[in-house]
Design a protein around this ligand. Structure first.
Ligand code: PLP
Length: 355
């Protein structure tokens, strides 16, 4: 069966898997909807995208993704409100960041209409997969990788841009205990830390495993040069609250420009929560923990929105954060998710209706 939506060709799956899915018990990113968007870069240009059944892809063993790691991705979510309207959150920011990542990895930049029209066509075809229950959403994973062949260490001549989606339930990660990293680095000046490149994650796994063996769940990345500045929490941006001031580091080559991070900064500014964007030293966080002025720490990213931190380890010493009644973390999370799911006004015009 073939159809056209938004100028995009749709090749429908022969049957749906939706009846096999237990929407009340979804493990994050492990069940995939019936279709995907596929767009190939060949002969020097991005070809028209298509919606196809979700299915395995075949690659040559010499495909450059396997050898030289040209691979980038995005993470976003679609929400369905009580009236069955479908919403995205700041989707053009994801599109723009995908192209920032593409440029850094010498991947050809993607036209905006292929991303936006392709995504909208995919969401229309798989609209039944967007969960409606509280806290649930359809997680969206756009990605590009080098599918062109050859062992020559140079950018590929062919790429695939794909969008897959995965229904996901409320993300109850609980509070995490983190370890401030003093040896390994996630990113470096002049490197690819600001890009959502697959390799950034590969490099994080080993130090994170070491932290887990020591009883922590996540690593707090510090600057590669001195390890004196706090930069990110795992694959999330980090916020620290000292007394009533919320602080996060400035974006750079090393700190990813998260959409959740900048939304939190804008919300805090609009709601008179004192917020500072500046470098944060490990020393001041340790001192604040010791003198009781460190009230909260949390990670910020699309998947969990806000992920509170219960305490941190540094140089063989553990520091616990207080259990507060009213946290910035829970307040800001509710404000953002209410905007995302069309439960409240959207003074920032962040919501984007898919229709
Ligand atoms: C994706 C990501 C974030 C969060 O970005 P959002 O746009 O808020 O999802 C933060 N840090 C790193 C390293 C990331 O890869």
């Amino acid at each position: 069966m073939s159809a056209i939506i938004n100028n995009i060709e749709i090749i429908k799956a022969k049957s749906t898997k939706i009846n096999d899915v237990d929407f009340d018990n979804l493990k994050f990113g492990s069940v995939f909807s019936d279709h995907m968007l596929v767009c190939n870069y060949e002969n020097g240009k991005w070809q028209a995208p298509k919606v196809t059944p979700y299915e395995p892809i075949t690659l040559d063993p010499s495909a450059k993704i396997f050898h030289y790691g040209q691979s980038i991705f995005e993470g976003m979510k679609a929400y369905k409100d009580a009236d069955e309207k479908v919403w995205l959150f700041r989707p053009l920011d994801n599109f723009n960041r995908l192209n920032i990542s593409a440029k850094r990895l010498a991947i050809p930049e993607l036209p905006e209409n292929y991303f936006m029209e392709g995504l909208k066509a995919l969401l229309e075809v798989d609209s039944d997969w967007i969960p409606k229950n509280e806290g649930s959403s359809l997680y969206i994973r756009p990605f590009i990788f080098a599918s062109g062949n050859g062992f020559h260490a140079s950018p590929a001549d062919a790429y695939k841009f794909i969008i897959c989606t995965a229904p996901s339930g409320a993300y109850f990660s609980g509070k995490v205990k983190v370890l401030i990293e003093e040896k390994y680095s996630r990113s470096a000046n002049g490197g690819v830390g600001f890009a959502k490149a697959g390799g950034n994650y590969a490099g994080q796994f080993y130090p994170t495993q070491l932290a887990i063996e020591k009883g922590y769940q996540q690593v707090i990345w510090t600057d590669d040069n001195t390890h004196e500045y706090i930069e990110e929490a795992g694959a999330m941006n980090i916020f620290v609250r000292i007394n009533d001031t919320l602080i996060t580091g400035p974006t750079s080559d090393r700190i990813l420009d998260g959409i959740t991070r900048k939304s939190i900064i804008q919300l805090a500014e609009a709601e008179n929560i004192p917020v500072e964007v500046r470098k944060i030293t490990v020393k001041e966080v340790v001192e604040a923990a010791k003198n009781g002025s460190l009230k909260e720490m949390f990670g910020a990213g699309t998947a969990a929105v806000i992920s509170p931190i219960s305490g941190f380890g540094f140089k063989d010493e553990d520091f616990d954060l207080p259990e507060l009644e009213d946290t910035y973390a829970s307040y800001l999370k509710k404000r953002i998710t209410d905007i995302q799911t069309n439960k409240t006004e959207d003074p920032f015009a962040w919501r984007y209706e898919v229709k």
